[in-house]
Ligand binder design. Structure first.
Ligand code: GTP
Length: 769
């Protein structure tokens, strides 16, 4: 039975080699406030001076102490096994530190120095504490098998390098250890301080409220005021702990300073209890010897209770670790004989992941966010759709632009009808507005495909980062190759739309439709005004002699008249064109063919100068002044004008009106005051542009996603596997491609070591049970 503690020690060693605390092993954790006597208790149990001593905070790192009984039978030697002269028997006692694996310590003064040095190395010289434990193993025939952890004492006031929250830090460190259900709490309290103020018991109660795994130790019983004693506590009446309280008397500071031998201290302790009137009756249940035996029994029972759990935990850890190890791949498969098939397998997996992500058939589809092909659909439907919808058909088209277009398209003659050529000129640049969102749609789909290819390959490929990078590179190249043709095609879709303005489109509103819509709008507005008109205001006559209503009436009337006149003119005109046998029924049908089918347009040679006019109409004011053609025209006109008026100008030195007019050849000031007819014409052109633009927008919205799917998505989807094989399945590349990631090899080795440890521990337990 006594083999159980060495078993746990063995497990602890096994786990220490990989620095894992994945198994909560049974151990005794010593807890107490600063200077309560924790180190003294441990030293008395070990029967050795080996712990650092001094004023204030001494224990500053957890010390995991494994006591190993070296007696053959495993039965501990009683501390009384001293020679007749009172000195301890010559013993082969020795100590080992985990951090110094090849060194054995036979001098325990050296052990103390090493603990001090190791504490200072990690926690610094000045009172700060550290969570990193020191592992110390002591082999002796005078110890019972025990695993104990000495922790820094609870302090209230920071000293030295200690941070202001030292109390919190120490408490958290202690709680980390005692929270583990497999730890037995050795709660040390000095007897000369009221138990109600005991930090160790308060902490123990937090994690073990039923007091099932807490054992109380009362130190400094010799320092209690004369006439007082702790019998109530020691006999379990004052504070209920299932494992009870044990009283001890350690060496005092004076004893330590005078190097009082352990054996003497032990003797003195025994005498103290046997001679004390209050404790005499329970002397056999007091003292360090009894404490060591009790702890040994408690720990063994505890281990026996916990062993099945530990075994089960180990079993599941073995399963998990085995799985993790498998995920790192088998290194033996990268050998020469398997390289080709491994490359092909990984490459095919990458390609099918890519296809599956696009098709939405991937097994790792997210339920949290859109991924793969669904994102491409989102781009088409939501992003591209919304971008197109947000384009205003008459964007950047001012009244002035429209008027100028109308005027220019009628040439030197005044316009009789709404000029079709102006509509043609104006609508083309508007269609161009659809190009940027369409190109962006291609780019977004491309970016999405690049993203998809980055997420392909899965865990298997993580092993071979170079191969993974190469696969991504090849697919990215393929996608990049497709980006150009797709963008070009989409660009040409817009150019196609601009190259022929099909005013014969069945959905196009046409001139007649636009006119009647305007008429309806005007009549509706008129009715609304009539409805809101108040009778009392009818007769109010202003100083000017005309009532505001009367003025409104006049304006309304003239607007309606203008619409009527234009409608009649338009009807006449359409009739005329019908007679000539051209496309009939819409004003714009006339416009679209006027330049080619029906001979010269009303604007004469305007067709030839269209581009210049377009630039002129749709560039900003700055651009406009920069246009060389316009500048030239202007300069020419000015020269002509100057020549004409020179004599008069020279005579009186004043700028002539004619000059001024030519300087403002854009005619901007005239557009501020449009006639009713001009206003109607402008509105008519606007509604024609809007109608035609909407038709084009609809077909672009339909065609661009189709083009992207055909030329970019489906093309690369189908070509990916072949491209990958053609580029990467080459014998001379295999070596480079199958270079394993260093960190992954290290991870695999670590995982393998861990698995060995768990298996080892499992068989250790199996043998013991
Ligand atoms: N007289 C007497 N003194 C004791 C007893 N136990 C401990 N001391 C003294 O109390 C002081 C503190 O004891 P330590 O064992 O260093 O206490 P600790 O809890 O380990 O202290 P830290 O590690 O600094 O938290 C030392 O001077 C001990 O000699 C005891 O039972 N009787």
């Amino acid at each position: 039975m006594n083999d159980l503690i060495p078993l746990v020690n063995k497990l602890q060693d096994v786990f220490n080699t990989i620095g894992s605390d994945s198994i909560d092993l049974p151990q005794i954790v010593v807890v107490g406030s600063q200077s309560s006597g924790k180190s003294s208790v441990l030293e008395t149990i070990v029967q050795k001076d080996f712990l650092p001593r001094g004023n204030g905070v001494v224990t500053r790192r957890p010390l995991v102490l494994q006591l190993v009984n070296t007696h053959q039978t495993g039965v501990p030697q009683p501390p009384s096994s001293v020679s007749s002269d009172g000195s301890l028997n010559e013993s082969p006692d020795r100590a080992e530190f985990l951090h110094l694996p090849n060194k054995q310590f036979f001098d325990f003064e050296e052990v103390r120095k090493e603990i001090e040095a190791e504490t200072a190395r990690v926690a610094g010289q000045n009172k700060a504490i550290s969570r990193t434990p020191i592992h110390l193993k002591i082999y002796s025939r005078n110890v019972l098998n025990l695993t104990l952890v000495d922790l820094p004492g609870v302090t209230k006031i920071p000293v030295g390098d200690q941070p202001t929250d030292i109390e919190k830090q120490t408490r958290n460190l202690i709680l980390d250890y005692i929270l583990k259900p497999n730890s037995v709490i050795l709660a040390v309290s000095p007897a000369n301080v009221d138990l109600a103020n005991s930090d160790s018991l308060k902490l123990a109660r937090q994690v073990d409220p039923e007091a099932k795994r807490t054992i109380g130790v009362l130190t400094k019983l010799d320092l209690m005021d004369a006439g007082t004693n702790s019998l109530d506590i020691l006999s379990g009446r004052a504070y209920p702990l299932k494992l009870g309280f044990i009283g001890v008397v350690n060496r005092s500071q004076a004893d330590i300073q005078s190097n009082k031998p352990m054996a003497d201290a032990f003797k003195a302790e025994t005498e103290f209890f046997q001679n004390h009137p209050a404790y005499r009756a329970i002397a056999h249940r007091c003292g360090t010897n009894f404490l060591a035996k009790t702890l040994n029994t408690i720990l063994m029972n505890h281990i026996r209770d916990k062993l099945p759990d530990i075994k089960a935990k180990l079993n599941s850890l073995i399963g998990q670790t085995q799985q993790e190890l498998t995920s790192y791949g088998d290194p033996s498969f990268t050998g020469k004989a398997h390289r080709g098939s491994l490359i092909l397998q990984l490459l095919t997996r990458f390609a099918s992941d890519f296809v599956a992500a696009i098709d939405g058939t991937s097994s790792e589809i997210s339920t949290k966010e859109l991924c793969g092909g669904a994102r491409i659909y989102y781009i088409f439907n939501n992003v591209f759709g919304a971008a197109l919808d947000s384009v205003n058909p008459c964007e950047n088209l001012s009244v002035q632009d429209i008027r100028t277009a109308i005027r220019n398209s009628t040439g030197p003659r005044p316009s009789l009808f709404v000029p079709e050529i102006a509509f043609d000129l104006l609508v083309k640049p508007q269609i161009k507005l659809l190009e940027p969102p369409s190109i962006r749609c291609v780019e977004l789909a491309y970016e999405e495909l690049v993203k998809i290819c980055h997420s392909c390959g899965g865990k298997d490929l993580a092993r071979f980062p170079r191969f993974h990078a190469k696969l991504i590179e090849v697919v990215s190249d393929l996608l990049r190759e497709r980006l150009g043709p797709t963008s070009d095609y989409v660009e040409s879709l817009i150019s196609i739309q601009r190259s022929y303005i099909n005013t014969n489109h069945p959905d196009f509103i046409g001139g007649g439709g636009a006119m009647s819509a305007l008429e309806r709008a005007a009549q509706k507005k008129k009715k609304e005004m009539e409805r809101t008109r108040k009778p009392s205001t009818h007769n109010v006559v202003l100083a000017g002699g005309e009532s505001p209503m009367a003025r409104e009436d006049a304006a309304e009337k003239s607007l309606t008249n203008a619409v009527a006149t234009l409608t009649v003119q338009q009807a006449e005109r359409e009739k005329g064109h019908a007679r000539q046998g051209s496309h009939s029924g819409s004003i714009s049908s006339v416009s679209s063919v006027s330049g080619s089918i029906n001979g010269p347009s009303p604007s004469g040679g305007a067709g030839a100068g269209k581009d210049t006019f377009l630039n002129y109409f749709f560039g900003g004011p700055q651009q406009r002044s920069d246009r060389p053609v316009l500048q030239e025209t202007r300069a020419m006109s000015q020269n002509v004008a100057k020549e004409m008026v020179m004599p008069k100008t020279v005579l009186d030195g004043e700028p002539l009106d004619f000059d001024k007019k030519l300087d403002h050849m854009t005619g901007a000031e005239e557009f501020s005051n449009l006639s009713d007819r001009e206003d109607m014409e402008t509105q008519l052109i606007r509604s024609l542009i809007t109608s035609y633009f909407n038709i084009t927008r609809k077909s672009i919205q339909d065609l661009v996603p189709k083009a992207v799917m055909h030329l970019l998505v489906n093309y690369s989807r189908e070509a990916v596997q072949n491209r990958l094989v053609a580029t990467l399945y080459k014998e001379e590349l295999f070596n480079d491609l199958l270079q394993e990631d260093d960190s992954l090899s290290a991870e695999r080795a670590k995982c393998k070591a861990m698995l060995d440890v768990f298996k080892n521990a499992f068989s250790v337990i199996n043998e013991a049970m």
